[in-house]
Write a protein that binds this ligand. Structure first.
Ligand code: HPA
Length: 283
């Protein structure tokens, strides 16, 4: 097997991932590493209130970690217990529109992989393209369309993270989707399922673009998740992601305001929290 034939740039990236993994591995309060990683998105941070926190650390105190610049993202990594399971939680994530490279956006996922995470659960806020969607709907992501100008696998492949030509078939685990669907059914929560289009932002889309994104097959559109899922799939993680539909991008398009997006996200929070908790319980 070829070993350490990486050029300086990629060797340095791998070394940073390993250094951060080592640092966090030492902070891990449990005997084993948690197997469930969670990335909490916009206005969905309430899940944190249900976590029994055993250790937490600000992103700024983690070596090599990017630091979050968006006010609504608090930027903390948490080792805790939720639904009787040990979890590693990112409270706040990194967006491409903040100026990070896609490799930087994917950095924490790669650390998760080396720490021993097997399942990655993500939430986000998204605009609804599907005409059947209503404000505050929860959509389980069944697949995605990458509209970012690149992806975190470009460049030399780091074999320790994953293989060169990653198959994107079933990037969102059917097993996890099935569990979440039956959890929602048992809880009496109505859910949607559909395709998430990820694009760079930070501007929202023009009505013509919303129309285009619907025509190419999107049900919801947002500015995150896709880079993380690509890195996670490369790393062989089982992925699950949900969008909260925070604005409607079909019919007569009206201007949205960010406050309204956060407001809608927080209204959907209790239901999304229940689904995540039940899903985690079943893992
Ligand atoms: N477009 C892109 N990202 C979003 C939207 C949107 O309409 N709503 C929430 N995030």
């Amino acid at each position: 097997m070829k070993k350490n034939l990486l050029t300086k740039q990629y060797l340095s990236m791998l070394n940073q991932i390993k250094e951060t993994t080592n640092f966090l591995g030492k902070k891990n309060p449990y005997e084993k590493s948690p197997e469930i990683g969670i990335v909490l998105g916009t206005g969905l941070g309430g899940l944190v209130d249900d976590i029994k926190i055993d250790f937490e650390i600000g992103y700024e105190d983690i070596p090599n970690f990017p630091t979050s610049t968006v006010e609504s993202h608090r930027g903390k990594l948490i080792f805790g217990e939720l639904s009787g399971k040990q979890v590693l939680v990112m409270q706040g994530r990194f967006h491409y529109y903040e100026g990070y490279t896609l490799h930087e956006v994917a950095f924490p996922v790669r650390v998760f992989k080396l720490l021993g995470i097997k399942n990655l659960l993500i939430s986000n806020a998204a605009g609804g393209l599907n005409p059947n969607f209503k404000l505050g709907d929860i959509m389980i992501i069944s697949d995605h369309i990458n509209q970012f100008p690149g992806n975190p696998l470009i460049g030399e492949n780091i074999d320790e993270l994953g293989t060169r030509f990653t198959d994107m078939f079933e990037s969102y685990s059917k097993k996890l989707i099935g569990k979440a669907e039956s959890a929602a059914l048992n809880l009496g929560i109505k859910i949607q399922k559909g395709i998430y289009v990820g694009l760079p932002g930070p501007m929202l889309e023009t009505p013509a673009e919303y129309n285009y994104l619907r025509i190419i097959g999107g049900d919801a559109v947002g500015m995150s998740t896709v880079p993380e899922i690509i890195a996670a799939k490369h790393a062989g993680l089982n992925c699950f992601a949900c969008s909260v539909i925070t604005d409607l991008c079909h019919g007569i398009i009206k201007p949205v305001n960010f406050k309204q997006i956060l407001n809608t996200a927080s209204k959907a929070e209790p239901d999304l929290t229940s689904i995540f908790k039940e899903l985690i319980n079943q893992l």
